[in-house]
Design a protein around this ligand. Structure first.
Ligand code: NIG
Ligand code: FE
Length: 423
């Protein structure tokens, strides 16, 4: 018999969705199997899951364990929100209405709003301000079932403001059991002050390559480097130069690619061995073929398309049919996706991306983890995986995308500790 000390059992679930299987991204038809079971519980010891078996077997194996009663709810892996910009200052209400009157997102940016507005604002905030603003926002995502999240910098756009954003992200990671992974998005835009001087674009790119990336690596502040690769923002050539330089320093590539227009960003990401290419609402047939034949994860962000009012979505069905690994995430940010509840992404995945509920669960867990190089660690209820667990007050895994707009998550555990509980 195992040593039962410090074991906690999650028992009495109506249904358990494990997402268990190979510790890698699931592609194509593999995404159809989310591992749905009845009468199955989970044993946690320390920070790890040590057993996933039926409740009676668990009680026999661990007779002295504490129990968490799932109360006939749904026991599931925590969501992996693999794409957010969660450290920012103020909201951007005015742009929401501006877009409603017909001003496009990139035109607002051209006029100095959009990302630039958040940059001006972040620069007026102290590190403590940024931490205090981010914490409750992140807590809402955790309270919706998120146990791992990626956060990008990208509203500093100076070496010092990018570095302090990344330090705030590190402090957020250290302040709770939620696992937070950092990405340097210094290439979110060309800062306004570089736009008005000769060769400013090139000068900012040189700052990123020669100063910011080395400083990020020297302080181990991020694992990934991301570029907003989009016609009108960073070109393909600029993106390649930036991500190749970052890779030489050990930063793995991620891309905002083909979000609003097809610029060939997805295929470039594949060529650069990016861990993920994200957005893809305007991806071409060539882009789909490139992603499908690679290990790069296609991360789709349907809440962004909804909030921008584009009436369009990424071609999830074509990507899955071609054999790609699809992940879904919130893209939580003040401009295009002020969304602090993960389950709405599941709803949009089913209703707009035309994914099955099982595909949506795999996209939100295992494949989100793969998009952060964490597929061996989180995203599954399986022995040896991190104890990243959520209990939802629903009786069926399909109910979470279905009852949209409700807050149904009752318990969230990350790395073996509770980080949200109600009632
Ligand atoms: O993923 N597309 C670029 N970046 C963000 C939006 C940033 C903003 O508008 O503040 C996105 O949608
Ligand atoms: Fe984004």
């Amino acid at each position: 018999m195992n040593d039962a000390s410090n074991v906690t059992l999650f028992v009495n679930a109506q249904q358990t969705v494990t997402c268990a299987g190979p510790a890698r991204a699931r592609r194509g038809a593999e995404m159809l199997d989310a591992g749905v079971h009845h009468g199955v519980g989970v044993a946690v010891q320390g920070t790890k899951i040590v057993a996933v078996e039926n409740d009676d077997t668990l009680r026999q194996r661990f007779p002295n364990a504490d129990e968490i009663d799932c109360n006939r709810g749904l026991l599931a892996p925590g969501f992996v929100d693999s794409h957010t910009h969660a450290v920012f200052g103020s909201a951007r209400y005015a742009e929401h209405e501006q877009r409603a009157t017909g001003v496009p997102y990139l035109e607002i940016a051209r006029r100095g709003g959009g990302i630039h507005a958040s940059v001006r604002d972040l620069r007026t905030k102290s590190n403590d301000d940024l931490f205090a603003l981010a914490q409750p926002r992140i807590a809402r995502l955790v309270a919706s079932g998120v146990t791992t999240m990626e956060i990008k910098s990208g509203y500093g756009l100076s070496v010092s403001d990018e570095l302090r954003t990344l330090r705030v992200i590190r402090r957020l990671h250290e302040s709770s059991s939620l696992r937070i992974v950092a990405t340097c998005l210094g290439a979110h835009e060309i800062p306004i002050e570089y736009r008005t001087v000769a060769n400013g674009r090139e000068a900012w790119i040189r700052v990123l390559i020669d100063e910011l990336y080395p400083a990020v690596v020297a302080e181990s502040l991020a694992q990934f480097a991301d570029v907003f690769c989009e016609p009108g923002v960073f070109t393909l050539d600029e993106t390649r130069r930036l991500l190749e330089a970052a890779a030489q320093l050990g930063l793995t590539a991620k891309l905002h690619a083909d979000e609003l227009h097809d610029g060939g960003g997805a295929a470039l990401g594949v060529a650069l061995h990016a861990v993920s290419v994200d957005h893809l609402a305007a991806i071409s047939a060539e882009g789909i073929a490139a992603v499908a034949s690679s290990s790069t994860v296609a991360t789709l962000l349907p809440a962004t398309m909804l909030f921008l009012g584009t009436g369009r979505h990424a071609p999830a069905r074509a990507l899955i049919a071609a054999g790609a690994a699809v992940a879904i995430a919130t893209d939580f940010n003040p401009g295009t996706s002020p969304l602090q509840s993960f389950p709405l992404v599941l709803t949009l995945a089913v209703s707009e991306l035309r994914m099955s509920a099982a595909e949506a669960w795999i996209a939100a867990t295992v494949n989100g983890a793969a998009a952060l190089n964490l597929a061996g660690k989180t995203g599954q209820l399986a022995p040896g995986f991190s104890a990243d667990i959520a209990v939802h007050d629903v009786e069926d895994y399909r109910a979470l995308p279905y009852w949209f707009g409700e807050r149904l998550c009752r318990v969230t555990w990350a790395r073996g500790s509770a980080c949200h509980t109600t009632g």
